[in-house]
Design a protein around this ligand. Structure first.
Ligand code: UDP
Length: 409
């Protein structure tokens, strides 16, 4: 893909918001910033850093991105921490805390922190804060994880480091914690130029439709989600059965094969069993990095569903709203921040409610079209990468003016 520049975002972002970015960046010219995470490839954080680091440099900041090094034991431990912070049942051992500390100590010895600002992403490198006393920087810890109900021991382990930072960033109000340091909220965001979100031609959308053998003469209702009970795949199937009595339509549940996730396999098997023989309920197994196919599936859909029972933020909702799709989604987690009921989409609390609202939208397509337009504008204002950058710039500026309640720009 051709390199995307700041001017490309200027054409998508609302002009006032773009001017604000330029104004804030003007006050931060030449400031040095270091971003640190644990991988250059794979995962949403690396994807976001690949995009924003060049953009911040284009804006006149001097930003570097470094990653820490770790062995398999370290990444097994931090993966377990990740799951435990999400509230999953996992076994956490003392050895894991020890490996986490040791690898952070080793990396701290190898790295330098002479910048004005250091941003550490997620729990893996959180222990680098031990270098704060030897560094002139303001230190920020950016948490990308849903920490609403974290594993107490893991949180306690991380807290000893987090409390030493100058500020922390969380993704949603419900993830905030009792901490003695300032907390800033920055919502997740999508990149409109990423393969998963870029505008597709009709031929490209048709190619995805054909690849998955989907009709072009019936409504398509799609949910893209991992095979996880909390995404309510069974509820999606039950909704399909209710809607199908009245409308000739196709439902699609598309998600990762989850071969390394025993629970995912069990969920997939149950869904396959229930839907066996139902040719209009399609279960699509997507390999990793199916961004183009997900983009095509969302764009080929008449309605996008996200019938989650529990949700962090719900990026699939953001993606669908940006594509101007009417979205029917569970009123949980970060979804109501995005789906304003009956305006940018419809919130539901049950299978019956979901079926009723899908039928309503199938009978009143002009309502769905209007919601799609509003949803697109809502994402443009609140959930694009440029808004994320604007928030970071404001935070950087405030860190340069400690103790000042009003900063003149
Ligand atoms: N996704 C994907 N492959 C899949 C299922 C989901 O790439 O098989 C993407 C989806 O498009 C979205 C992200 O993974 O960008 C899921 O984020 P979300 O916040 O919706 O849910 P999570 O899976 O993090 O609970």
């Amino acid at each position: 893909m051709a390199e995307v520049k700041l001017k490309d975002y200027a054409q998508i972002t609302r002009p006032q918001n773009f001017e604000e970015i330029m104004l804030l960046a003007d006050r931060l010219q030449g400031k040095t910033v270091k971003m640190v995470n644990s991988t250059k490839d794979g995962g949403g954080v690396a994807e976001m850093l690949h995009r924003v680091v060049p953009l911040f440099n284009e804006l006149g900041l001097n930003m570097k991105w470094e990653t820490i090094e770790g062995n398999a034991e370290f990444f097994d431990a931090t993966k377990a921490f990740h799951n435990a912070l999400h509230g999953k049942e996992v076994e956490i051992t003392k050895e894991m805390f020890k490996v986490h500390n040791e690898v952070n100590d080793l990396n701290a010895k190898k790295m330098t922190f002479n910048e004005d600002i250091v941003v550490i992403h997620d729990p893996q490198p959180v222990g680098l804060i031990q270098m704060k006393d030897k560094s002139p920087a303001k230190w920020v810890w950016r948490c990308h994880i849903d920490t609403a109900t974290p594993h107490p021991q893991v949180w306690k382990h991380l807290e000893q480091y987090i409390t030493k930072y100058d500020a922390s960033i969380f993704s949603a109000p419900s993830f905030a914690k009792q901490l003695p340091i300032p907390q800033v909220m920055i919502y997740p965001a999508i990149d409109p130029f990423a393969e998963k979100n870029r505008i597709l031609t009709k031929a490209e959308i048709d190619s995805v439709r054909q690849k998955f053998d989907l009709p072009n003469d019936k409504p398509i209702i799609t949910q893209v989600s991992r095979f996880d009970y909390l995404k309510d795949p069974i509820g999606v199937f039950e909704t399909y059965k209710l809607v199908k009595k009245h409308h000739d339509c196709v439902f699609v549940y598309a998600g990762g094969a989850a071969s390394d996730d025993p629970e995912g396999t069990a969920v997939l098997n149950e869904l396959q069993e229930r839907a066996a023989g139902d040719k209009d309920f399609r279960i699509l197994l997507l390999p990793p990095f199916s961004d183009f196919d997900i983009n095509g599936l969302q764009r080929a859909s008449t309605i996008v569903m996200q019938k989650s029972l529990k949700e962090g933020f719900g990026l699939t909702v953001t993606e669908a709203l940006w594509k101007k799709k009417p979205v029917i989604a569970g009123a949980v987690g970060g979804i109501p921040l995005q789906v304003i009921n009956n305006f940018t989409g419809m919130l539901v609390h049950s299978v019956e409610g979901a079926a009723y609202k899908i039928r309503y939208l199938l009978n009143n397509p002009e309502v769905g079209e209007r919601m799609g337009e509003y949803g697109h504008e809502h994402v443009r204002e609140k959930f694009l990468l440029t808004r994320n950058m604007r928030n970071y710039l404001l935070l950087f500026l405030s860190l340069q003016h400690p103790g000042e309640s009003v900063i003149e720009i």
